[in-house]
Design a protein around this ligand. Sequence first.
Ligand SMILES: [Cu+2]
Length: 184
Amino acid sequence: MKIIKGLFLSVLLLSFTSCDDDDDNQVIEETFNFTAQLSEINDSGVSGTAAISVQGNSLTVLVEAEGMTPGEPHPQHIHGLENGEENATCPPESADTNEDGIITIPEGVPFYGGVLLPLADFPVADENGTISYQQTFILGENGNPTVEDLSALQNRVIVLHGMNDGDGAYVPTTPAACGELSLQ
Ligand SMILES: [Cu+2]
């Protein structure tokens, strides 16, 4: 009975301390899961899914995509607007402001913002154009953004880059797919 009482008290204490300073206390051991449906940009024909789970300062990313340019490395990032309270979105066709038929990285920035976390090492699509990627990042270490920098992941997007231009030349920067993250 004493042990149970002790446990109860420590749980009580823990919940008090974590409520105390939400802003300073960045290590929350609860797991948060996010998913995104990846849809094509620039008629790339790419589709896929992404999943992110965050526990404490450990962030694991899974990306499954098909229709990517085979045999090429595909840069991929978590993008977001500077103020995480503002919802980043995937760029609509009207984002192509110079109307050359291609939404470039800068043309997409007003919608999805800058790069918050490069999802390195960038995967190379196999001969079928498939990508299957998994990586864990320790936030706040190795130059990675902090948990706070990446807060409100439901307001962030994942962008996959790299596709052939009209002449069949591979352009690694061109956005090929995008998905808006939502909390599960
Ligand atoms: Cu990007």
